[in-house]
Design a protein around this ligand. Sequence first.
Ligand code: SF4
Ligand code: FE2
Length: 632
Amino acid sequence: MSNEYLKFDQMAEALLEKAQRDGAETMWDRRAAQKTQCGFGEAGVCCRICAMGPCRVSPVPGKGAERGICGASADTIVARNFARMCAGGTSAHSDHARDIVHAMHASKAEGPFKIRDEAKLRRIAAEWGIEAADTKETYALAHELANMALEEFGKPFGTQRFLQRSQKDRLNIWERENIAPRAIDMEVTTLMHSTHIGCASDYESIFRRGMRTSMSDGWGGSMIGTEFSDIMYGTPTAKPSSSNLGVIDKDQVNILIHGHDPNLAEMVVLAAENPEMIELAKAKGAKGINIVGMCCTGNEMTMRHGIKIAGNFYQQELCIITGAIEAAVVDVQCIFPALPALAKKYHTRFISTSEKAKISGDLYIQFSEATGLENANEIVKIAVENFVNRDASKVEIPDVKCDTMVGYSVEAIIDHLDKVVNTNTTDKTGTVKPLTDVIYAGVIRGAAGVVGCNNPKQVHDLAHVTVMKELIKRDVICVTTGCAAQAAAKAGLLQLEAKEMCGRGLKEVCERVNIPPVLHMGSCVDISRILDLVNLCALEKDVDTALLPVVGIAPEWMSEKAVSIANYVVGSGINTYLGVIPQVLGSPNFTKLLTEDCQEFIGAHFVFEKDPIVMVDKIMEDLEAKRTALGI
Ligand code: SF4
Ligand code: FE2
């Protein structure tokens, strides 16, 4: 396998050797201890939904037990397991969003939780039909909007408000197929009920309920999470940052912020800017305080403040193994429970902060909207005071980092597109028309959203980077979020100079619009930004999203959240390519439903393909077929 694009793997190897010397365990030790993974689980045919079980049916039809004790077939068991992953993923994104809305509900002019994008507040308030949205007092309006958003989680009637943004053909399909999502909590509850012992056995019905639940994530929880975070903390604009473990500074107090929810991290950044805290750091012998981000908390903070990116999911252990992290501060999601024990091998304090993700083994400081800045002050002080405990002989920071551009919200992209609008024509600024124009003209062949996690079933970052490099070479513009975005950052794909890796058409577009060929659009909840962008293109051309030459890709996904995302992206009419095969192959019927049959009623389907180059070949065929069908 070619490894020319990342010094990263060599760096990981050195740190893994260091871990061994330090007696520190990593995910690779635990992966080895698992030996062969369970074949029944892998095929999705293990059921432990009731206490008559666990039951496992044969993953190969016609061989062994074909039904669980209750009579559930492989189709039912696989469908239920898959659906429950959708419920888990939707819960995670949406509960995160609810916390953001609660922060907005608690916002006030003089506190640390403030409205930072008032224009967006007024725009969303008007979109949701609040009267006098342009004149109401800012915080009265923010509280009214927050109350409305909280109702999106539990209202007894009606569907998600943001659906009304959608192009009408897509909206009609959702209504026709009964997958227009209702209140978020209701969708999750209904799905858990529906997949309880003795409820639905029809695998297609279970899939449809799962998709509707996932749609309440994409067009509900995630969209609320993104829009309300922007209102609270500012809508991202294009800005430089840097990435990879080399952003850890041996001369400064290093604080790692990791997880997903920006509420805590925003307060930590504020606390670390406090001159008194910086003075204290200097008194302890450090040159200052260096905040570095990981996973989506890192993405949220780099998008809005240019905070440096230490790495993605798989690097959370490596980061601590550098021996130079004074505090690893976490909020929710994608945090290894192994971290506190690992931190104890070094001087690192591990601090968990959410009752939803209380991780035992070191410190717990409960974060709340009422005490947010005080909590953050306490955390930063602990980190600063810990600097003197650092053991210089255990410090080894890889000399690897890469400059990157970040911050491409939909608004930032439109801002860039505005620069190429010829105002002598009837073309207006503030639209995505320049983008649809170059796609329809064939200058670029289509667009891809590359998202998702890391998974040891794929070589770390290899699938992400290969897919993106191959796509831009073939004139497909990429937008990216989550750990995929961090992989792109480390590989230099988010720099303006990456235009040199592109085909001729995309290179020209990058030069004229002054953007990199791969655009960092944020965290995993910010896949809603991608939905928004594609939807704006669909509105611009007044066609269903399913007709556009766009695809979704998750080359290295691993979480329940990713299952929910894949479902709502397909539900939004976008074919979705998965580089890790979901645990469904034990049901050929359910697999066919995902990869073929759902095309008939939703206009999009899943593609499973582990090999990134073969995947890109398939994507190009897909995009060109869409172009032919559109006559472009
Ligand atoms: Fe077995 Fe049915 Fe219970 Fe699942 S729900 S554990 S298949 S008896
Ligand atoms: Fe994420």
